[in-house]
Design a protein around this ligand. Structure first.
Ligand SMILES: Nc1ncnc2c1ncn2[C@@H]1O[C@H](COP(=O)(O)OP(=O)(O)O)[C@@H](O)[C@H]1O
Ligand SMILES: [Mg+2]
Length: 345
């Protein structure tokens, strides 16, 4: 698909360049042609004046007659014209080859980002449909099996419905994440930024997750001073919630999570530190990619494993705020996420 688009784009570049080149060649030819005529006329006029209006002159060899019309040799003029046309043709040929080659290169460069974006979109759609298919087929199979069972008890039906509800909640959270991801893909979100205290999104994120922290008896302590930033509170709450949610999910019961913030070189730097399972160095470069989950998280969480979208969403939001997010981790010791957001000035 991109090969033919590249060829088409090259053809368009060629068409434009060659049209310009041919128009210029025509103008150049006409100008030179006119100049030759003018030159011939001036020459003729000068000779006429020198001879006092007579087209005859004499030298030692006797009387000579000038050609009736032009003082220049018409054959020479014809040859000159032919040479100009040939040269212009050659120049156009060279331009055609050069424009063809550079147009092809340029078309490749123009299409490359679009090609990468389309490939990325396709991969995303593939991954998303794969994730959607798993809970859907599990729901379908269990319903079909239960429908075929003539002696199904009310308790079994209840279990079936409960399992079904669990799958539906998973699907719901997946579609919510997908929606968030596509929403934060747009840069228009930046318009709704206001001056706010970093404390606000951090505490709101902790509040949102207090039940899951309490369920694992994990204490989340925070010391975010009143640092002023420019941002969208609900988006930043989503970002911090994604990071804190992981800290809770990937930490043993009874452990602690600490959130600190400080200002450094025009940035509000927030660190979220947990005492959890840590991230393997081989996974570290990939954890912000969509749908990426480390094997360790799959094995340690079993069924309650997420979709690998949380950090991708968090990164998008932070980047939209002209900030950065990085991670440091030691397997078995814990993980530290560092979020830097520009200070409000
Ligand atoms: N605090 C953490 N401790 C250990 N591993 C983490 C932590 N945060 C993220 N990870 C790893 O990064 C992966 C991606 O995180 P995320 O995008 O939130 O997806 P999810 O939580 O749905 O698995 C996780 O699967 C996990 O392997
Ligand atoms: Mg997560």
């Amino acid at each position: 698909m991109f090969k033919s688009a590249r060829l088409k784009l090259t053809a368009w570049y060629l068409l434009i360049i060659m049209s310009i080149s041919l128009v210029f060649s025509a103008i150049i030819y006409q100008t030179i042609d006119r100049e030759i005529d003018r030159f011939a006329r001036i020459q003729r006029f000068r000779i006429e004046r020198r001879l006092g209006g007579n087209l005859f002159f004499s030298d030692e060899s006797g009387l000579q007659i000038l050609p009736p019309q032009s003082p220049l040799d018409p054959q020479l003029i014809g040859e000159t014209r032919a040479r100009i046309i040939l040269n212009l043709g050659l120049i156009n040929g060279v331009i055609l080859v050069l424009a063809g080659a550079s147009g092809y290169l340029l078309a490749g460069r123009t299409l490359k980002p679009i090609q990468l974006m389309v490939e990325d979109q396709n991969r995303f759609v593939g991954d998303a449909s794969h994730e959607l298919r798993t809970p859907l087929s599990s729901l379908k199979t269990s319903f079909e099996v239960s429908l075929r069972d003539k002696h199904i008890s009310p308790t079994d039906i209840k279990t079936l419905l409960l399992d079904g509800l669990e799958d539906i909640s998973k699907l719901q959270s997946l579609s919510d994440s997908l929606l968030k991801l596509s929403r934060y893909q747009e840069t228009s979100k930046l318009n709704s930024r206001i001056r706010l205290s970093l404390h606000q999104p951090v505490t709101q994120a902790i509040k949102r997750l207090k039940n899951s922290a309490a369920a694992k008896n994990i204490k989340v302590s925070t010391d975010t001073a009143k640092i002023r930033i420019l941002g969208n509170c609900s988006s930043l709450t989503d970002a911090f919630a994604a990071i804190i949610d992981n800290a809770i999910k990937y930490s043993p019961p009874g452990s602690a999570i600490t959130i600190n913030s400080a200002t450094r070189a025009g940035f509000a730097v927030t660190t979220i530190t947990d005492q959890g399972i840590g991230i393997d160095p081989k996974d570290l470069p990939h954890i912000f990619k969509r749908f990426y989950r480390a094997d360790t998280s799959r094995s340690s969480l079993g069924n309650s494993v997420g979709y690998g979208l949380g950090l991708a969403i968090a990164k998008k939001i932070i980047e939209q705020h002209s900030g950065t997010v990085s991670v440091k981790s030691k397997v078995g010791k814990g993980t530290k996420f560092i979020v830097s957001l520009p200070l409000y000035s």
